[in-house]
Design a protein around this ligand. Structure first.
Ligand code: ADP
Length: 553
């Protein structure tokens, strides 16, 4: 029997209906620096401007299926593009502003971007990449470029127009088409931490379902009573779906634009009473250090912080809980998974030790997502909290391939038709469903045939009061094939010695895991999205650029 239900596609156009009928008065604030006037608009105003933007883009010949890229901070105009581009049937391609010109050129050409909307404050960063994008038809500049910048881009791109001019000259309504929920809405390239960037294409349906999942109480529990500060960039996996989830829920958004230093973020949280935020551990670690140096700032309006993108040290979670009563909740995911797949939300009825284990894991699978651990021979391993293998995931917001069909070996389909993404992350799942990640496949340290978890060593090391950051990579060793090299940055003025750090670790991890090679450095190399660049660290070690202290075993 067929169901009697109406067949309404799950597309982002529903967001416009929601704004129109329900949440038109909700606010979006874009920060402009301490004491500066924020840019403020209601959802209704943003929806109207999105219609104008869609008209403007159509005027440049943008049609369904065309790629429109953004090169922008988290701000109101970026949100307008988040609505206008997919809802008009085109595909929003968020370019990562921290990539090299070569990477940007490659990605924009590979995606077939026709137009880029760029923040004027980022023009100088984009400029060197423009000659590598021969198919680019137009550049839309949001903000005020200098005359010199304008002259330069006009030489490189056939059409250059100011965002406000494009928007203001257009009708305030757009005939939003009825779209197929499986059609592409947005795309994002992996940041290439472990290889070449690969394109992931999100459908309307996948973005819709993922954002709904983010709204659920186990994940972010977003409601119209929230003020949400997405610190994670809107060019990084759609800011983890947080802007779309906020639009769905009618939650106010506070967008940080380019003001990402701890003092300005704290100012935003306090001034606007931010209740929910999301970002990588580095951001919240920097904020913690700042809050400790500048006591008296109350960030207690935060009822939850989603933290992920890299392992979240237990010490960071504990510091926010104990010093500020702010719950930092760890999530795991990747560009390929929209991104959130697991969340370390803790049930109420657990003992304290159990609570710690759960809080410090990557969490449990969201409703709708499935996960399993598989060994190198392809055998599914038991959920026993011990059996370590590759994490594979399946679900409606998980990609089943890459744009252009590259890297097909990362995907498989079971005989019963269930599709799986092979994530390249290594870990185990406990009997009660908590995922713990021990490494990425390309970063694992195999010492004498056994795995050492670099992630565990790093999160333990940053628990030391003098350690600010720690990265551990595997380096060649004649006796054991590979051994860990620990890089640390220390608190200013710290007199701690690497011998002390080794002794600290010795009380907390297996003896044979203890690194012999140590380096205290000024900064640890990071990738475009702020993760430790382990590829580069290994290269630098090989070429002797890292000053290593060798301790006896
Ligand atoms: P890239 O793969 O280029 O680093 P992504 O942003 O897609 O770009 O990163 C996804 C990866 O980040 C995951 O595969 C995983 O290795 C890591 N990651 C994300 N969240 C966590 C977490 N909570 N704990 C440990 N690692 C994480």
């Amino acid at each position: 029997m067929r169901a009697t239900m109406q067949n309404v596609p799950l597309t982002l156009t529903a967001l416009l209906d929601g704004i129109d009928g329900t949440f038109g008065d909700s606010e979006v604030l874009t920060y402009a620096g301490a004491n500066a006037v924020v840019q403020a608009a209601t959802f209704s105003e943003i929806a109207t401007r999105a219609a104008q933007l869609a008209n403007g883009l159509a005027g440049f010949g943008i049609e369904a299926g065309d790629r429109v890229a953004t090169f922008m901070w988290n701000n109101q105009r970026h949100l307008e593009a988040y609505l206008a581009v997919p809802c008009s049937g085109a595909i929003l391609h968020t370019l990562n502003i921290r990539l090299t010109p070569e990477q940007l050129g490659h990605i924009a050409s590979h995606a077939g971007d026709k137009i880029i909307i760029v923040d004027a404050s980022l023009l100088d960063t984009l400029l060197p990449a423009l000659p590598l994008m021969p198919e680019l038809a137009a550049l839309v500049i949001a903000g005020d470029p200098t005359d010199a910048q304008l002259a330069e881009v006009s030489r490189l791109v056939p059409n250059v127009i100011a965002y406000e001019q494009l928007v203001n000259s257009q009708p305030t309504t757009f005939a939003w088409p009825v779209l197929d929920e499986h059609s592409a809405a947005a795309m994002c390239y992996t940041s290439g931490t472990t290889g070449d960037p690969k394109g992931v294409v999100y459908s309307h349906r996948s973005v819709y379902l993922h954002a709904l999942a983010v709204c659920t109480a186990n994940v972010a529990g977003i409601s119209s009573g929230d003020r949400v500060l997405p610190i994670v960039p809107m060019f990084h996996v759609n800011a983890w779906g947080v802007p779309y989830a906020s639009l769905m829920a009618g939650a106010a958004l506070v967008l940080p634009d380019r003001y990402l230093k701890p003092d300005t973020l704290v100012d935003m949280i306090i001034t606007y009473g931010v209740t929910l935020s999301a970002g990588v551990p580095t951001v919240f670690n920097d904020m913690l250090q700042w809050l400790r140096r500048n006591p008296g700032h109350r960030i207690g309006s935060l009822r939850r912080v989603l933290c992920g993108g890299a392992a979240v040290p237990a010490s960071l979670v504990a510091a926010y809980r104990d010093e500020f009563a702010v719950p930092l909740v760890q999530a795991w995911g990747m560009t390929e998974t929209s991104p959130i797949v697991t969340i370390a939300d803790v049930p109420a009825d657990v003992t304290t030790t159990d609570q710690q284990r759960k809080l410090n894991s990557a969490g449990r699978f969201l409703f709708g997502a499935k996960g399993r651990i598989v060994d190198e021979a392809g055998t599914v391993l038991p959920r026993d909290g011990r059996s370590v293998g590759e994490v594979q995931v399946s679900g409606p917001w998980i990609t089943g391939g890459y744009h252009g069909g590259v890297d097909a070996e990362s995907f498989s389909i079971d005989p019963d038709g269930q599709p799986w993404l092979h994530t390249g992350d290594i870990g185990h799942i406990s009997a009660d469903g908590y995922l713990t990640l021990t490494d990425r496949a390309k970063d694992v340290i195999k010492s004498g045939g056994e795995w050492i978890s670099s992630v565990h060593l790093e999160t333990t090391l940053v628990g030391h009061p003098d350690v600010v950051e720690a990265a551990v990579v595997g380096v060649p060793d004649t006796r054991w094939d590979e051994r860990p090299l620990a890089l640390v940055t220390l608190r200013p003025g710290s007199a701690v010695r690497v011998e002390d750090l080794k002794a600290w670790l010795a009380e907390r991890v297996q003896r044979w895991w203890l690194p012999e090679r140590w380096a205290v450095v000024g900064a640890i190399a990071r990738t475009g999205v702020g993760k430790y660049d382990k590829k580069l660290i290994r290269q630098r070690y090989q070429s002797g650029e890292i000053p290593v202290t060798l301790l006896p075993r």
